[in-house]
Design a protein around this ligand. Structure first.
Ligand code: ADE
Length: 253
């Protein structure tokens, strides 16, 4: 997958050199390109923002640098992919976007090319997204009901979530299907407690069923624990599990 990121803080993305994503890049699974929005400004101060029309607090990002940046990054990416007509899916992180969920991460992981446009201040002049939508798919995505100082940290969250779903990034592909929120068995369920050796630590024993070797009993116990944890931490999620996904034992938990 190719990922382009346009930002006024390219240094913000140093963590993409590390760990799972660093390895995926080294393995050629992920091809990340960072772009400084200020390369498309031509005044002495490299201005990217201005006061909002209609008044009000804060500043708004100017459309001209964004328009030129998108044109250049799309053209360079298409040329690099050897497909002159290719376009990325443009992701605009914003608190006013639709919620970024595990399901949306799965959809994005199936795309060959993503372009993240990181806004700062009060956001990017709205005509930028409107104009971009005439030539590429555009998604405004929010990572949660709170306001960050800019789209950079939201982009890091989304890139990490999407990257670990790409084939070859995680050593054990089973771990993705057993995660909280994973499509299938774990949809709308939180993962329950996990344990490793030693079997007794500070007088606390690992639940005996996990040492029993009875895989059926272990699966049942894990599902019970997931249901309990979800009831405790996110009761509203349980309402979303369709009745035909709950067996009689589930109803008793
Ligand atoms: N930018 C500022 N806040 C954000 C949020 N909650 N999600 C995505 N982008 C943002």
């Amino acid at each position: 997958m190719r990922i382009d990121i346009i930002t006024i803080f390219p240094d913000y993305f140093a963590p993409l050199e590390l760990s799972l994503i660093g390895k995926a890049r080294a393995a050629g699974i992920l091809d990340v390109h960072l772009h400084d929005l200020r390369s498309w400004t031509y005044d002495r101060h490299n201005t990217v923002d201005d006061t909002p029309y209609g008044g009000g607090p804060g500043m708004v990002m100017k459309p001209e640098p964004w328009g030129e940046a998108l044109d250049a990054v799309v053209a360079a990416g298409a040329a690099a992919l050897g497909r002159p007509d290719a376009v990325p899916t443009l992701v605009l992180p914003a608190p006013s976007g639709v919620p970024f969920t595990q399901a949306r991460a799965g959809d994005l992981a199936a795309e060959p090319w993503l372009l993240f446009a990181c806004g700062r201040y009060e956001g990017i002049d709205s005509r930028v997204a409107e104009e971009a939508a005439e030539r590429m798919p555009v998604m405004e995505l929010s990572i949660g009901d709170y306001v960050l100082a800019g789209g950079e940290s939201a982009t890091l969250v989304m890139v990490e979530t999407v990257s670990r779903l790409l084939p070859g990034v995680l050593g054990n592909t089973d771990s993705v299907t057993q995660d909280s929120f994973a499509p299938g068995e774990m949809e709308n369920l939180l993962e329950g407690p996990v344990y490793t050796k030693p079997s007794v630590w500070r007088g606390r024993e690992v639940p005996p069923v996990l040492l029993s070797g009875n895989h059926g009993a272990v699966d049942r116990w894990r599902r019970d624990q997931a249901l309990r944890k979800t009831a405790r931490n996110r009761p509203e999620l349980l309402e979303r599990i369709p009745a035909d996904r709950l067996d009689r034992h589930d109803q008793e938990v």
